[in-house]
Design a protein around this ligand. Sequence first.
Ligand code: FAD
Length: 400
Amino acid sequence: MCAIAAGRQGLRVVVLDHANKPGKKILISGGGRCNFTNLEIDFDRYLSRNPNFCKSALSRFTQWDFIAMVERHHIPYHEKKQGQLFCDHSSKDILAMLLAECSRAKASIFLNNKITHIEPDTDGGFHLFTHTQHWRCRSLVVATGGLSFPKMGASPFGYRLAESLGHSIVSPRAGLVPLLWQPRDKIRYSGLAGIGLITTVSSLGHSFQDDLLFTHRGLSGPAILQISSYWQPGSAVTIDFLPGKSMTSLIQSSRQGHPRMKLKTLLRQTLPNRLVPALLPRQWLDKPLAQLNTREIEFVGKQLHRWQIVPEGTEGYRKAEVTLGGVDCDELSSKTLESRLVPNLYFVGEVVDVTGQLGGYNFQWAWASGWNAGEMLGQRYTRTGGTHHLRKLKIRKKTQ
Ligand SMILES: Cc1cc2nc3c(=O)[nH]c(=O)nc-3n(C[C@H](O)[C@H](O)[C@H](O)COP(=O)(O)OP(=O)(O)OC[C@H]3O[C@@H](n4cnc5c(N)ncnc54)[C@H](O)[C@@H]3O)c2cc1C
């Protein structure tokens, strides 16, 4: 997006990527259908040590701007739920659109280019070295993403580069990631693997209502991925298996009409069969509703509405959709994404300490921050009438 915005304004743009294919994360995203944005982009759906930072870029390039681009390319899409927009056919449509726009903007993409190091130039530009090439550029935009999904080419390169140029990094950690059972819970609950249901999941003052999935190793599904970004090691996760209902009221009302109905019969009408015995003592499940005392009814309500676990940890970067933390926003301009410490250096996308919730928010941040940096670069060089130097130089025999 940055290359498109800058290239459209006449700047010479080169994208260097060490991957063998462009846009690998786009291709695997959204189960292969890319949840490319959300109809309701609220700023409070982003996590950052500076929660105001994302507002400027997201307001200048909105979800409607991206949707307009998608529509110009006649890509069919639909809203799945909660404003989440997905391609009807494939993520390949979004990648093809971006590549076509890059080509139209005359931005060149060089793949299989692992950048080994970068040196600031004395006149404000940068020298970039790959194994075989040496580039000199006036402005450098770092869009190297986070640490999630290392098999897709994720690397800490952006963080290391930022640090080497004096930037602070807000400690990275895995976000939108499945949670793991403690060893004793794994013995108790791994047999529930495969059960999925709508729940409300809460931790540390945050709540999400969405699908939850039991796995052999722990808990997953959208509700768990969402809460994982807010969860802290050692803290509890509370699960309401019957959001919007009251189990105690249901027992009270059912025992009027069906006093001899067993508790398990009632529960199986509302919950998956296999889940019920894992949550409540077997002897209670066989009791007729009329025989349950107040303490027992309250306990049933607590287990079903406020079930608590303390996860052992997360599945880590291998399975995380995003990386929280990154280049400290306080050292970047929120309007241009330019470094406040090193002129002509920009950071966009996931490498910055801005992370969205699940639902297309992360791509929207990547599109918006990239677009803003590209636009600002274009305006800057057009306004000053300056030329934008980008040169491929011969590799020097000896690089310092
Ligand atoms: C499985 C999965 C599903 C996802 N689904 C969605 C979704 O549906 N909706 C959504 O909004 N978000 C989704 N995300 C998150 C989203 O993919 C990212 O937030 C987004 O791709 C970030 O864009 P980026 O350009 O900042 O980084 P990336 O897309 O990670 O791109 C970084 C690029 O930098 C390159 N690179 C890294 N280091 C170097 C180096 N040293 N030299 C050269 N090149 C380098 C990489 O090869 C890569 O091409 C998903 C993520 C995953 C892992």
